[in-house]
Design a protein around this ligand. Sequence first.
Ligand code: FAQ
Length: 334
Amino acid sequence: MYAQMVKSTGQGVKPREEMSPQERAFQDRIDADQKIEPKDWMPDAYRKTLIRQIGQHAHSEIVGQLPEGNWITRAPTLERKAILLAKVQDEAGHGLYLYCAAETLGVSRDELTQDLLSGRMKYSSIFNYPTLTWADMGAVGWLVDGAAIMNQVPLQRTSYGPYSRAMIRICKEESFHQRQGYDIMMKMANGSDAQKKMAQDALNRFWYPSLMMFGPSDKESVHSAQSMAWKIKINTNDELRQKFVDQTVPQAELLGLSIPDPDLRWNEERGHYDFSEPDWTEFFDVLRGAGPCNTDRMAARRNAWDDGAWFRDGLMAHAEKKRARAAAAKTAAE
Ligand code: FAQ
């Protein structure tokens, strides 16, 4: 059953008059801001959408360790190294919270991992870009974690209880991640000419990929309407992208760095910045596996899975031994 559920949905919103009484009662609970819990009845498509989104989110946290993991051995000071190590470990923890939340929907972590490795499930496009210099650690923390928080703060109010509670814990840590990234950028932007140039270059390379993290434009977003009706998503992709730009431009100004967008300007009438859209062809290329690092990222995850086989086998053998011993003790006692 799970295998059939993973296939992408892209449904429209079912009109109320076409809903079954059970579906109507479910929608009423959502509309009343009640949380849905694992044992509650839910429409199959709601379960399927959650597995897709939470699973992708979990994979993103795990694959997201790779670009920063690349710099742990090369951090410029012991303090920076300890901070980066802690941050990368936090991302592993976020992945675990999210896999656990997905498991409450009836899918195992092994199944989700197999779907990532076979390409049936996605992870965030952003992690298919390389981290070339130390300034990229600043840009990732500032922009990538900044975009992640912008998306995740509203998800604390998502309708599915276990996902919402995971997001509350995750958001606390993401705020620290963003601050540490901005701190690196401040040091670099106020450093030597070469360091400032490196910081500007990191911003140039990470700006548009960060904007892509929010997903395609609203008119291209296949899941938004239904996910918002179910309060799985609270905002549209474009709303969050705009909020991110509005928040980030003054931060770049404070750093003395320029956003790489000649059309970026404050629009007094709208009360928002106007900005250029990312290159959506590049975005969809990355999604279908043709980004700069897709092959490397998937190879790293496949190796990790294969290298961990002996450990998983050991755990299973130990559990089986314990089970057999308990069964034998029970028989002896009877
Ligand atoms: N990358 O209809 P929509 C982090 C796919 S965590 C790849 O708009 P939806 C922490 C989408 O899945 C970052 N695929 O979809 C960290 C769908 O394809 P499908 C991850 C994308 O779900 C920091 C298709 O395009 N955060 O960074 C992307 O309503 C630093 C159509 O799109 C989350 O996952 C993309 N950027 O909205 C870790 C947050 N965008 O599945 C380490 C939770 C769209 O039909 C270091 N997720 N797609 O085959 C969400 O909020 C939503 O899923 C969106 C997409 C907003 C990402």
